[in-house]
Ligand binder design. Structure first.
Ligand SMILES: Nc1nc2c(c(=O)[nH]1)N[C@H]1C(S)=C(S)[C@@H](COP(=O)(O)OP(=O)(O)OC[C@H]3O[C@@H](n4cnc5c(N)ncnc54)[C@H](O)[C@@H]3O)O[C@H]1N2
Ligand code: MOO
Length: 408
């Protein structure tokens, strides 16, 4: 009997991943705004000031008091006396009296007394008289102080991802740095005596290492800066030395291969002996032999060696772990699409089927399964742009049925 959970549903595995990640949340660091893009915000942010900070004009034109416009039906415009100019960025302390107006540019503070702005294209100017159309609405083209953000408003939530718009919102509030979670450091190992570096000659029985590029690319696309370690041979002592070495230096170790039932699959034993196994084997296809453990100060994600298994387990479990370590609470977007053709499976595991996702003319997303199954078939993964999620248990999904998809 093993002393760790095995044969889990994917949702059970994800729950364990989230719990372990929460217990190993990475610390908070304060970073200058230019370094915050794509990071996970560690604390809630409240607005230190209002936005806009002052009433201002939305257009280039003339600021005036709406009460001064003529109300008799025959009049098309009211002549107002031009008493000054108010440009953006300059404080002039203009105040408008009855029958007066001021030239104003977009973003400039509204002069005291003014409550409306007429755009310059509809006004006639003759020396110091401006003819303002009487149908200009009260409050037209005025942006009120605090209409976007009030001082003290809760503007950014802990656990959200700092998109360019959110970093820019912080900038507009005068905030120069933000508290973000440190990014996990990641060591990537590929394992197997059969693996050869691309560019080197191939001997019989050998294959080129493709998982390293796959993993490095996936991790980088998620904003991390992974370190690729030299490939590991199928030698238990070397696996042990390398993993224990990485375990004292990295937040996360991601391995590919050597994790199922073969005589040369040494990873489970090494993690069990020198660390802790949180679970081994998940009811998913591909990816069933996936192992999650801890070794020294590191979390270890041992992904099954087949390339498509690496893909599916990274996108599901790997991302959940990386998000959890950084305290990301904002969920990843969930995509849904209509099946173009029926899809059937007889086994019990949740399956991730390579698919081709496109928007139809009616705007509805539809997805077609790629004919090639088999977790070694990287070509099919390379031409696919999504994984179709087929739920646990035997399934007979009809054409037109809506399914969850993971974009690749
Ligand atoms: N008796 C059993 N055999 C297998 C089981 C099982 O439960 N019982 N599980 C199968 C499943 S499912 C998978 S997935 C694989 C996973 O095996 P491992 O994680 O031990 O991976 P390896 O055996 O090392 O490799 C599997 C496959 O992938 C190729 N590979 C490995 N690394 C790379 C790489 N870096 N680049 C390209 N290709 C790689 C490797 O040559 C193998 O063909 O086990 C099944 N067997
Ligand atoms: O589950 Mo394995 O990952 O099918 O090939």
């Amino acid at each position: 009997m093993s002393d760790f959970p095995t044969g889990l549903l994917l949702d059970e595995a994800l729950a364990i991943v989230r719990d372990v990640a929460q217990a190993h949340r990475l610390e908070t660091q304060s970073l200058a705004l230019p370094r915050c893009h794509g990071r996970v915000l560690a604390h809630d942010i409240t607005a230190p000031m209002a936005l806009p900070p002052f009433d201002n004009s939305a257009m280039d034109g003339f600021a005036f008091r709406h009460a001064d416009l003529r109300t008799d039906l025959q009049a098309q415009a009211t002549g107002l006396r031009l008493v000054g100019e108010q440009f953006a960025g300059l404080r002039v302390d203009l105040a408008l009296g009855a029958g007066e107006c001021a030239r104003i540019t977009t973003g400039a503070p509204l002069p005291a007394g003014a409550d409306s702005v007429a755009i310059k294209e509809v006004c006639g100017v003759e020396s110091d008289t401006v003819r303002v159309p009487v149908d200009t609405a009260s409050g037209a083209n005025v942006r009120r102080a605090g209409e976007d953000v009030r001082e003290g408003d809760h503007v950014l939530a802990a656990g959200s991802v700092l998109t360019p718009a959110r970093v820019s919102l912080a900038a507009s509030l005068g905030i120069a740095s933000l508290p973000v979670s440190r990014k996990p450091t990641v060591a990537v190992f590929t394992t197997g005596d059969e693996l050869i570096e691309p560019g080197m000659p191939l001997a019989p029985g050998q294959i080129y290492d493709s998982n390293r590029e796959l993993l490095m690319g996936l991790l980088r696309a998620d904003g991390l800066e992974p370190t690729a370690w030299p490939r590991l041979p199928d030698d238990p002592r070397q696996v042990e030395i390398a993993l224990r070495d990485a375990g004292c230096a990295f937040d996360l170790i991601v391995t590919a291969g050597g994790v199922s039932a073969g005589e040369k699959d040494h990873l489970p034993e090494v993690i069990q002996r020198f660390g802790h196994t949180h679970f081994w084997k998940v009811r998913m296809k591909p990816g069933m032999p996936l192992l999650f453990g801890s070794l020294d100060q590191s979390r270890v994600l041992a992904l099954p060696g087949n390339p498509v298994s690496v893909y599916a387990t990274y996108l599901t479990v790997g991302r959940a772990l990386i998000d959890g370590l950084q305290g990301r609470l904002e969920p990843r977007p969930r995509w849904r699409a209509q099946l173009v053709e029926p899809l059937e499976k007889t086994h019990a595991r949740r399956e991730f089927v390579r698919g081709h996702l496109a928007a139809g003319e009616n705007g509805v997303l539809h997805v077609q399964a790629d004919g090639a199954t088999g977790s070694h078939r990287l070509h099919a993964a390379a031409r696919a742009n999504a994984l179709i999620v087929v739920p646990e248990g035997p399934q007979r999904l009809a054409a037109g049925q809506v399914v969850e998809v993971l974009p690749l």
